[in-house]
Design a protein around this ligand. Structure first.
Ligand SMILES: [Zn+2]
Length: 215
């Protein structure tokens, strides 16, 4: 295992790259769960070190450049702490996937995980104003410097439970696709992670079936 931060091939500011993490779950925690799906275009586990986690949070708009740079600096200063936080985040992801897929049946385990993280983290909340006129609420941890990496994700999952939205979390209708999302449609009939991939494949398959039957 090499130094996890020595290869900043996808790190730091620079020309805008296409996003690495699809944003289709409608909730941060679901997009985080979807990072465990190698079928989503990445040949291997897309979340390999804390740098990947920082990129994910940047792409999801949770971190601005300054916050991301702060975490990168800390990760260079405390590589073992960063690695521990990263492995912990992956463990959290496993619990959140179970919650997304099994719903209330998995809520007890997920609650244990959510409360483990919430209970461990002490810090303060801040409201920040951005140049584009938007605002964001951030959690500024004290003590465990890396707690702030997973807190926004955990809070997003907690919000879904509190809002009673867990019943609208679904897995993609393509049995070979593991992506999960919150069905935000008014009629509750969203079936695919993306129309452009799984939805179109299903449409094409139906069309082929009709051709066979029609022949
Ligand atoms: Zn899909």
């Amino acid at each position: 295992m090499g130094a996890p931060f020595s290869t900043p091939s996808h790190a730091g500011p620079g020309p805008r790259r296409p996003p690495r993490f699809p944003r289709l779950g409608e909730r941060l925690w679901l997009d985080f769960v979807n990072t465990d799906d190698p079928a989503s275009g990445a040949p291997v586990e897309p979340l390999r070190d804390v740098e990947d986690l920082i990129v994910f949070l940047e792409e999801m708009g949770v971190f601005d450049e300054e916050r991301a740079a702060g975490f990168r600096r800390r990760a260079r200063e405390q590589p073992s702490g960063a690695m521990a936080a990263f492995l912990d985040a992956r463990r959290t992801r496993t619990a959140l996937r179970a919650l997304a897929e099994h719903g209330p049946g998995a809520a007890d385990d997920a609650l244990g995980e959510i409360n483990r993280i919430l209970g461990r983290s002490a810090g303060t909340r801040r409201l920040d104003a951005h140049a584009d006129g938007t605002f964001s609420r951030t959690f500024v941890p004290v003590g465990d410097a890396f707690a702030g990496l997973v807190i926004p994700i955990i809070e997003s999952a907690a919000d879904t439970l509190v809002a009673g939205e867990l019943g609208r979390v679904r897995r993609c209708g393509n049995p070979r696709c593991a992506r999960v999302f919150l069905d935000d449609t008014r009629n509750g009939r969203r079936r695919w992670c993306e129309m452009s991939t799984c939805g179109n494949r299903a449409k094409a398959a139906r069309w082929r079936q009709r051709q066979v039957r029609g022949a």
